[in-house]
Design a protein around this ligand. Structure first.
Ligand SMILES: Nc1ncnc2c1ncn2[C@@H]1O[C@H](COP(=O)(O)OP(=O)(O)O)[C@@H](O)[C@H]1O
Ligand SMILES: [Mg+2]
Length: 326
């Protein structure tokens, strides 16, 4: 049984323009100890998917359907209490913006002690000095200089890189099973992006965590994950072993995305692919990529394709591969 399995997840957002049908049936699986990456243009629903897993969707989000199975149990059906103990002890998420993850009005150390206490619940030790020792040790692990001073600082007194290290330290103190890192380096200075990704890799290695990494730094993704998902307009269009995906991308969107990879540095990836991610108010019927696809046939405009096995353990949501099966 996979550690986590997202099945046909559909999420919309209510807005003044109407209902945006963003996730149109996301399927994603992660085995215990496995590391997967997700790549795709911005606006494809990567963050929405991760927020759904953590049950931290914004209040205008509507879960239209689907399941998120953790150890076979649907997270979406759990009570707040039941899920809280998973969120606090088993899962952790590192966000793109480390500033938003920290409360500006409390000292870093006090916040972390608070989170640790919650995470440990009734069973853990709550003694302030002991918790502080753990936090200082974690700060050292993430190579924060002068950990005692960081502990006593307010978030604004730290640089962006230091704040992200604090968030990584916190994630590592609380995640027993799954680390979700959503563009953890996008907001950081380029000179420290590699350092942070290397740090994440080292720490998940040591702790044997499952990982979902979302990043535009394809080189780093390659070094950290075993398998990749390619996401387009609210659905996963392909999954393959990471080197295989770079060598032999199969979905027409994956091909275009990988072909435009050298241009990924600007954050946007659409330069290499004509057209844009669709408007979610009225997304295309059938395969959502069909208006941008050079290979589309009639059926592509009618029904969204499910995953077809495509060799090497890979799966592709494209009718081109339905023919391979036949
Ligand atoms: N709270 C929200 N209200 C309305 N639309 C949203 C909200 N959050 C995200 N969206 C929209 O959902 C789509 C997917 O966003 P997101 O999940 O952040 O994608 P990604 O992480 O792949 O860039 C985007 O079009 C975005 O504008
Ligand atoms: Mg995002």
């Amino acid at each position: 049984m996979p550690l986590l399995e997202v099945r046909n997840l559909r999420v919309s957002y209510k807005t003044y323009r109407g209902v945006l049908k963003v996730l149109s049936g996301v399927n994603l699986e992660i085995e215990r100890g496995e590391r997967v990456g997700i790549i795709g243009e911005s606006g494809c629903g990567k963050t929405t998917t991760m927020r759904a897993i953590m049950r931290i969707l914004p209040s205008n989000a509507i879960i239209e359907g689907g399941e998120i199975l953790y150890d076979g149990k649907d997270i979406l059906k759990m009570s707040e209490n039941e899920f809280n103990s998973i969120r606090r002890r088993k899962f952790a998420m590192i966000f793109q913006d480390p500033t938003a993850a920290l409360n500006p009005v409390f000292k870093v150390g006090d916040q972390l002690i608070d989170v640790l206490r919650q995470s440990r619940g009734d069973s853990g030790k709550h003694d302030r000095d002991a918790l502080k020792d753990e936090i200082i040790a974690a700060f050292k692990e993430v190579m924060l200089p002068d950990p005692e001073r960081v502990f006593e600082s307010y978030p604004f007194q730290l640089s962006g890189g230091m704040r992200q290290r604090v968030c990584i330290a916190l994630a590592l103190l609380t995640a027993e099973e799954l680390l979700i890192a959503d563009e953890p380096t996008t907001n950081l200075d380029v000179t420290i992006q590699d350092q942070i990704l290397r740090l994440i890799k080292e720490l998940v290695d040591r702790r044997d965590l499952s990982v979902i990494l979302i990043s535009h730094a394809l080189g780093a993704v390659r070094g950290l994950v075993e398998r990749l998902y390619v996401m387009y307009a609210g659905t996963m269009v392909e999954t393959s072993e990471v080197n295989e995906l770079f060598r032999n991308p199969r979905h027409p969107y994956s091909r275009a995305l990988i072909a435009s990879a050298p241009r990924l540095t600007g954050g946007g990836v659409s330069q290499g692919i004509r057209g844009n991610v669709p408007d979610y108010l009225n997304p295309p019927k059938g395969c959502r990529f069909h208006p941008r696809c050079d290979f589309k046939t009639l059926v592509c405009e009618l029904d969204p394709p499910g995953f077809f096995p495509a060799g090497g353990g890979g799966k592709v949501a494209c009718y081109l591969y339905a023919e391979v099966v036949r």
